[in-house]
Design a protein. Structure first.
Length: 241
């Protein structure tokens, strides 16, 4: 398990003074990246073979959002790994050690020269440290869009600007949460968000948000001009057990 401390500052809170969802994802990504840095055998192999890891999906169950100035701890670990992908948990805890949010995600191994999935040697897997999965409700990593009779609402298009791009030269995973939040109805409350990443959007890409509200929650599809999704999100007010 890897952990890091963080005091919530102004750069990651919203207009109410609470941690933004995208800010939480930023912190979870940082913690996960630092944990991955400790996997020396994996990092050496990645560097020698031009490999990386792309996130395929994430589920976040939210108990509460911390407020400005709160001291927080993030903890992360890998609980499953095979030759094609790995699964990890990440927790956000407050100063009392209470869980504010729990996440699980899937990351796939990718050849960075082709952006295609690849597999790593079995002997390398034996060196990856695994810990038991956190006790939470694990929903399918794939999001099946509803076959609804009502049409999706088309929202204002966005362009992927430089501020969204990360070291893999595409829109950072957390920025899709910014786009998703912007597409939600005003004041929409949720306790769980799930995202499925499809095709990485690159600098200058046109991103066309669509929205549909059903009994399951609010669906946001972030698509290109032809309707092909970059990412799909589902926000719901289900209270995590």
């Amino acid at each position: 398990m890897f952990s890091m401390e963080y005091r919530l500052g102004a750069s990651r809170v919203d207009e109410t003074g609470l941690l933004r969802c995208s800010g939480m994802v930023d912190l979870m990504q940082d913690c996960s990246g630092f944990q991955l840095d400790t996997e020396q055998a994996l990092n050496t192999y990645f560097a020698e073979h031009g490999l990386g890891m792309y996130l395929a999906s994430r589920q976040i169950d939210i108990v509460r959002m911390p407020a400005y100035g709160e001291q927080m701890t993030l903890k992360t670990w890998i609980f499953d790994c095979n030759r094609f992908y790995g699964c990890r948990n990440t927790l956000l805890l407050d100063a009392a050690g209470e869980v504010c949010a729990a996440s699980w995600c899937i990351g796939v191994f990718v050849d960075l020269s082709t952006a295609r999935g690849t597999r790593i040697p079995q002997i390398l897997l034996e060196q990856v440290r695994l810990e038991p999965a956190y006790e939470m409700e694990y929903l399918p990593h794939k999001l099946i869009l509803p076959d609804a009779s009502q049409p999706w609402e088309q929202l204002s298009d966005r362009v992927a600007d430089r501020s969204m791009i990360d070291r893999y030269h595409h829109v950072n995973n957390a920025r899709y949460f910014d786009l998703g939040e912007e597409a939600l109805p005003e004041g929409y409350a949720y306790r769980r968000v799930r995202i499925a990443y499809k095709t990485p959007a690159k600098h200058g890409a046109l991103i066309c948000p669509r929205r549909l509200t059903t009994a399951e929650g609010c669906w946001i599809a972030l698509c290109d001009g032809q309707g092909k999704p970059y990412a799909q999100l589902l926000y719901s007010d289900i209270v995590p057990v």
